[in-house]
Design a protein around this ligand. Sequence first.
Ligand code: SF4
Length: 395
Amino acid sequence: MTGLVYFGSAHQTRLEASETLPAKLDLILDRLHLRDRVKDETVVIKMHTGNNLNYSTIPPVFVRKVVQAVKDGGGKPFVADVTWDVEGAEQRGYSPQIIGCPVYPAGGPQDKYFYAHERPYKNIREWKVAGLIEDASFLVNFAHVKGHPSCGFGGAIKNLALGCMVGETRSAMHDSCHFDRYWFSEKCPDPEVRKRVAESCPHLALVEDKQRPGELHLHIEQCNQCRRCLRVAPAGSLRIDPVNFHAFQEACAISTAITLSTFAPGKAVHLSLLTNMTPMCDCFGFTTLAILPDVGLLGADDILALEQSTLDLTADLRLIEENLPTSLEIHDRRGHPFQQLHGPLKDPHKVLDYGEALGLGSRAYEVVDVMPVESISRQPTRRKMDLDRTRSIIS
Ligand code: SF4
């Protein structure tokens, strides 16, 4: 089945408010019939409220538009995010006075309110969906697209996968990368050699494991798979292997499937804002310069169609390398720009592969531009006519 993805371009024809992205968001919400679908529903707007000094999360003007649409349709909206991001959210503009609805910690103030879902996966047995997410009857999944150091990119799936689970499950999801062994201490018994292996990493991704002396711990987030460490590590002692890098993406797909299963069919819409696309997740507590040009805004009922169109619309964009923090390194220019940024094993398409296998939706889609940018034809200027005449005389 082909999913419809509604698109509002960041580009505009005229210098008019009606052609800006917030105005196009209204058109997308119309096309999704959001107002007609939320009467008497308790609507959770799941977004990333950022952390600390992050100033590139979804601007409050967009959130207010969604809140107003839900209210217009007779629904009861609230914004939810993880506890530690909601604390201080008003400093980034997400207060009831500005966005028009309350902002709640999804798992309650102590992050202890959840519903457990049993689904064994590597180190995870139970997935604890935040109580306020599961209690809601309608979901607006409003994601900000950016790079992500664990999985290449964060979009609509990532927004649900981590943000709708309580902290215990979020930690376990990150730990899934360490379930399969990558350090084989028996092949490197000499502590001096082990130290040299760790020191060979220019990104400080390899450290002594504090819980298990004699073992090395790989910080997946910091590892861009440059493989310098493999030149130093004794044969067979270290693996930089897809199984560890892909585990988090599979966990994200499972988590999202569990969260979406708590909503009745037709009770979820997905929005993604493709502006201010920075290298890292919004939870990092800071903002850096954008590393891709702004694209616009997408909306769909099908989360996979939305994610596939997100990746396709960004696939051929130029990575703005001059905007990268100098600590980051591009060592492989193949693949999606987010993959170039975070390393070949952090392929942003992987989470879609896992999502497709779980029946999350369809990757086939058709884009409907809610306000195509017009090309304006103009009469040549006087100077241009003079130049053309000069050229024709010379030739
Ligand atoms: S592959 Fe590169 S970034 Fe990753 S741990 Fe080895 S040296 Fe560090």
